[in-house]
Every structure is written in structure tokens, then in C-alpha cells.
Design a protein around this ligand. Structure first.
Ligand SMILES: [Zn+2]
Ligand SMILES: [Zn+2]
Length: 270
């Protein structure tokens, strides 16, 4: 089982989970062309996708969905509110037919992988994260959430690989250029996890046995990869974690594919 980000930031998100012949695309928030190119570099054609999982309908998660879905023809999993929201905005029956509404908190077998969604507190209808389990381990995609709920902790606990949101530095948001309402939205309970909040979630995961942490969905205005990495790194070092021996900590590149990480062993840190 492998995990590769194709893009990860507030501007666009897509990632691939593969296990044997099963290939699952997580979100389609960059152009279909960029997704196809990213897949091609991994030796996969869009028509080989087993499924597309959508976390929610903000444009940085679905902007390439319409074009990609027509190429891929794979089932699209999203919660019923997210399916309705997407159709309301796009009115595309050909793609709508591919949607498989899946209630938050339920699971489905896709090829060799077991996929479960969990609700995330975010300002989009039916927003979820995903837990994906194969023979070699389990990964959790946990981005776009304003705060960490008990349900989130239950899902994250004991996973092998955590994709953890570190969206912004709180001080940088407060002193930055965004208008007041947008600052309130980002910092609010239904916005995004800060570096500090992400560091707490990563620390919880590592304490429960997680070996690989990928920091994701960084703001390009209110964060830098170095700032996010250092914040989480300091938090993990404070709990006597050996970042060279025990844990792989990396930041997903914003605009280009990241390295392919294998579950079951810690991959090289960035
Ligand atoms: Zn997002
Ligand atoms: Zn969002």
C-alpha cells in the first residue's frame, strides 16, 4: 500500500493511494490534466482508477472532478450532502451518475482496500476525512477541519500513516493581509487546523503508534513548509521522539507530486 500526494495546499489537493491493482484518487482539486500527468508519472492511466473519494466540495478539492470523472469513469464516493452540493453547482448528469453517496461514518470495500469516512468540522456540507486500510496497514487523511473532535481522535489513533493538516501559523493569519471575515473563518471552529493544532494531532498519533506523518494543505499566504515542519518537529522532539530513527515527518509539496510513501515502514523525511 502506497500513498502519493499530487498537490497539497489551499490552492489544490489530490493524492493517490495504491495497493496492487487498486488505485484510489483522494480529491480532484487541481486540473484534470495535472491529475492525469501525475498519475502517468506513477504509471497509471485515469481509466485504471478504482474510485475517486471526495472529502468536500470546496474548489480546492473538486475543481478537476468533472473532466477527470468523464475520462476515468470510476465511481465517485462522497457524502449525500456533498453529492447534492456538487450537483447543485455543476448540473452534470453524466458525472452525477458516477456518484455513490456514502454516509459519513460508514465503510465500503474498494478492491483490496477498506475505506471509511468520518465527519470533519468544516464549513462545507457533509465534509469528511478518510481512513483507508489494506493488508499492510492503515492511513488517515485528515485535512480541512476547524478543530479536532473526539471522533477524529478515535479514527487517527493507531494509524500507520497520518496526513495531517497544518494550514497556517495563527499569528501570521492575525497579522496578515486577509480581510477580517476570512481571518475569522480560517481561525474558527469550522475552518482549518493551525500548525500548533496539527502538531498536537501529530503528537497524539505518534504516541498511539503512527510512524509516518505527512503535513498537508498548507496556506501559501499564512505558512511556509519550514514553519509547519519546525512547529511539528519541536512538538515531537518534546516527547522524546527520535525523528531520524522512529518517525518519518515530511511536508507534502504544494504544487508538484510528493514522494511515494510505503505503509509499514517509515519513509525518508524531507
Ligand atoms: Zn481545502
Ligand atoms: Zn475546505
Amino acid at each position: 500500500m502506497t500513498f502519493t500526494t499530487l498537490a497539497s495546499s489551499s490552492l489544490g489537493n489530490a493524492a493517490l493511494v495504491s495497493c496492487g491493482d487498486t488505485h484510489i484518487l483522494l480529491d480532484a482539486g487541481i486540473s484534470a490534466k495535472r491529475i492525469s500527468n501525475g498519475l502517468q508519472a506513477l504509471g497509471i492511466a485515469p481509466a485504471q482508477l478504482s474510485a475517486v473519494l471526495i472529502t468536500h466540495t470546496h474548489s480546492d478539492h473538486v475543481t478537476g472532478l468533472r473532466v477527470l470523472a468523464k475520462k476515468a469513469g470510476a465511481p465517485i464516493y462522497a457524502t449525500p450532502p456533498a453529492c447534492r452540493e456538487w450537483y447543485g453547482k455543476n448540473r452534470c448528469d453524466q458525472v452525477q451518475e458516477l456518484f455513490q453517496p456514502q454516509e459519513a461514518g460508514t465503510g465500503v470495500q474498494i478492491g483490496s482496500l477498506w475505506v471509511e469516512s468520518f465527519p470533519t468540522p468544516h464549513d462545507a456540507p457533509g465534509s469528511v476525512g478518510y481512513s483507508i486500510a489494506g493488508e499492510k496497514g492503515r492511513m488517515v487523511l485528515c485535512t480541512d477541519l476547524g478543530h479536532v473532535t473526539r471522533e477524529v481522535l478515535q479514527v487517527v489513533e493507531g494509524c500507520d500513516l497520518l496526513v495531517c493538516e497544518t494550514n497556517h501559523d495563527e499569528d501570521w493569519v492575525r497579522s496578515g493581509p486577509y480581510p477580517y471575515y476570512l481571518k475569522q473563518r480560517i481561525l474558527g471552529d469550522y475552518g482549518h487546523l493551525s500548525n500548533e493544532a496539527g502538531a498536537e494531532l501529530a503528537a497524539f498519533a505518534v504516541e498511539s503508534g503512527t510512524k509516518t506523518v505527512v503535513l498537508a494543505h498548507l496556506s501559501q499566504t499564512n505558512n511556509t513548509p519550514v514553519r509547519a515542519y519546525e512547529t511539528v518537529c519541536l512538538r515531537l522532539l518534546a516527547m522524546d521522539c527520535d525523528l531520524e530513527q522512529d518517525i518519518s515527518l515530511s511536508v507534502a509539496p504544494a504544487e508538484e507530486p510528493g514522494p511515494t510513501l510505503s505503509l509499514g515502514k517509515a519513509a525518508a523525511a524531507c
